[in-house]
Design a protein around this ligand. Structure first.
Ligand SMILES: [Ca+2]
Length: 450
C-alpha cells in the first residue's frame, strides 16, 4: 500500500493505492484477494494491453454473486473518491459491481448504487466514486479505520463470465476550476477546442462564413505552443473588425450571488510592444465585468475578480484580443475566492468522461439527447464524440432566428448541409413546428435548435 502524489496533477490529487493488481501468480493473487462463498481464485492477466486481475464469475442458478476480500488499512477521512478501472466482456451477465469497506467488527460502508458503478461498455472503464456515495450497513466503526475491501459482483445471467479490475486507489481530489477544457487539451473536431467558441457559437461576418477554413486558421488549437499540457489556443487577430469573431468564450459554469470569484488565464502575444486583451465575465442577462491588459511576448498570468449580483448557472468567461497580433491562451481558470490559485484542470477534465460520476450526477454520456430524425437516437460517447444512430456526427448548418421557410430548408439541403438549426418560439404552434421538422426529415436533415 502506497500513499503518493501524482506528478501529473501535483497538488491536485493525493493517492492511496489499494492495489495495482499486478500479481505474478493466482496463488499470490488469491492470498491477497481471498475468494469468498465459493468464488474462484483471481487470475493475473493482461486484457487489451492492461495488466490486471481477472475475477472469474461462474454464475449458476444458485449463485447470487461472486466476491473477494482484501485486508487494507486506511483512514478514509483523508480521501474523497474511490478510483478503479474495470472491464466486463459480457455486460448482460453482470448485475452490478458492489464495493464494501469494512470498519470495525459490526459494520461496513457499501456502494452498490447502479447510478454510481455503471456498466456502460465492454471496454476498459474508469469508476470514480465519491466516498459520500457509500452508505452504512450495520454499525461501521468510522471512516478512520477501514480494514477490508470486498468486491462483490452480482449475477444477472447464470453463465460463466468475468470482470477484470486494475489499479484501485482512494483519491483526494480538490479541484476548484469551473471552466471546462481550460487547458485546450481536448479537441474532438480538428484543432477546434471542445467547450469553447467565439461567443455567438457561430460566425456572423459574411466574409468569414464563406471562408470557414480561413477563420479556423485564425482561431484554433496550437499543439506546438503550450503553457501547460500539449496545447494552447492560438488566435490571430488581423483587423479590429474581427474582434467579435475572435473572442474566446467558455461554456457556462455556475456562480453564486455576492460570492467573490477570480477569472485568470495564461497569455502571451507575438507583439513586441504588447497586444491589448480583455478578460471578461458574462453573468446573467449578458451583463459583464472586464479588465484590459497589455499582453507581452512571454507567458504571464492575468486575472480579474468579479462578484455576481445574482446566482446563475449561466456564467461564462471570455478572452478577447482587441488589437492586432497573435495571441496564445492556456491554463484558464475561474474559481471562488479573491485571488487566482495554482492552475488545476476542472474535475471532468481529469476523469474519463462517461465513467466519472460526481455527487451522483449522471456523467455527460448518460444524458439522452434527442436528434431531429424521428427515428434516430443520439448520445455523446466516452471519447466525447457526438453520435447519431451509433455513428460520429458533426452537424453542419446555418441557423435561423425564426421559422425557416420550405424554400430555405430545401436550399439548405441542396447546399450540402446536414442539419437544420432554428429557434422555436413559444408563439409557434405544434403544427407549424411539425411541418418544419417533417420537411427537414424528408430532405434528410437532422434538426438542432439554438
Ligand atoms: Ca494546455
Amino acid at each position: 500500500m502506497i500513499a503518493s502524489t501524482s506528478s501529473a496533477q501535483e497538488q491536485v490529487i493525493k493517492n492511496f493505492t489499494v492495489d495495482t493488481m499486478l500479481y505474478t501468480s493466482s496463488e499470490k493473487a488469491a492470498a491477497a484477494w481471498r475468494p469468498m462463498q465459493g468464488a474462484l481464485a483471481p487470475i493475473p492477466a493482461t486484457v487489451d494491453g492492461v495488466r490486471c486481475l481477472t475475477l472469474p464469475c461462474h454464475f449458476r442458478p444458485s449463485t447470487q454473486r461472486a466476491l473477494w476480500e482484501k485486508d487494507i488499512d486506511v483512514d478514509l477521512t483523508q480521501y474523497n473518491y474511490l478510483y478503479f478501472r474495470f472491464k466486463a466482456p459480457d455486460l448482460s451477465a453482470i448485475g452490478n459491481v458492489a464495493i464494501y469497506l469494512q470498519s470495525g467488527d459490526k459494520g461496513w460502508y457499501l456502494c452498490d448504487d447502479h447510478t454510481v458503478v455503471r456498466l456502460l461498455t465492454d471496454q476498459w472503464m474508469t469508476a470514480l466514486i465519491p466516498i459520500k456515495a457509500f452508505r452504512e450497513v450495520g454499525e461501521p466503526a468510522g471512516w478512520e479505520q477501514i480494514t477490508k475491501m470486498r468486491i462483490s459482483i452480482w449475477q444477472r445471467k447464470d453463465i460463466a463470465t468475468s470482470v477484470s479490475i486494475s489499479d484501485i486507489r482512494f483519491q483526494k481530489i480538490d479541484l476548484v476550476n469551473l471552466v471546462h477544457n481550460s487547458g485546450f487539451e481536448y479537441a474532438s473536431i480538428d484543432r477546434h477546442p471542445d467547450y469553447w467558441g467565439p461567443g455567438h457559437w457561430g460566425l456572423r461576418e459574411g466574409r468569414w462564413t464563406a471562408k470557414m477554413d480561413q477563420w479556423r486558421e485564425t482561431w484554433r488549437i496550437d499543439d506546438t505552443v503550450a503553457h501547460q499540457g500539449k496545447n494552447s489556443l492560438r488566435v490571430v487577430q488581423t483587423a479590429e473588425a474581427d474582434i467579435l469573431e475572435h473572442r474566446v468564450v467558455s461554456t457556462f459554469f455556475p456562480t453564486t450571488k455576492n460570492k467573490p470569484y477570480t477569472f485568470s488565464a495564461w497569455l502571451k502575444s507575438d507583439q513586441p510592444n504588447g497586444q491589448e486583451v480583455e478578460l471578461k465575465i458574462y453573468t446573467l442577462k449578458n451583463t459583464w465585468v472586464k479588465k484590459t491588459f497589455t499582453v507581452t511576448h512571454t507567458w504571464k498570468r492575468y486575472e480579474v475578480g468579479f462578484t455576481p449580483k445574482k446566482t446563475s448557472p449561466r456564467t461564462r468567461s471570455a478572452i478577447c484580443p482587441t488589437t492586432q497580433g497573435t495571441l496564445w491562451i492556456d491554463s484558464v481558470q475561474a474559481e471562488a475566492g479573491t485571488t487566482a490559485t495554482t492552475y488545476q484542470p476542472a474535475f471532468k477534465d481529469i476523469t474519463i468522461i462517461g465513467h466519472a460520476v460526481q455527487n451522483n450526477e449522471p456523467a455527460i454520456a448518460d444524458y439522452p439527447i434527442i436528434a431531429g430524425s424521428n427515428t434516430g437516437t443520439s448520445s455523446i460517447d466516452t471519447n466525447r464524440r457526438f453520435l447519431v444512430d451509433g455513428k460520429p456526427f458533426i452537424p453542419t448548418t446555418v441557423g435561423w432566428d425564426k421559422e425557416p421557410t420550405p424554400n430555405a430548408i430545401r436550399d439548405l439541403a441542396l447546399s450540402g448541409f446536414n442539419t437544420l438549426c432554428f429557434t422555436a418560439y413559444p408563439s409557434q404552434t405544434v403544427a407549424s413546428l411539425r411541418t418544419i421538422m417533417d420537411n427537414a426529415n424528408t430532405l434528410g436533415l437532422k434538426i438542432t435548435q439554438h
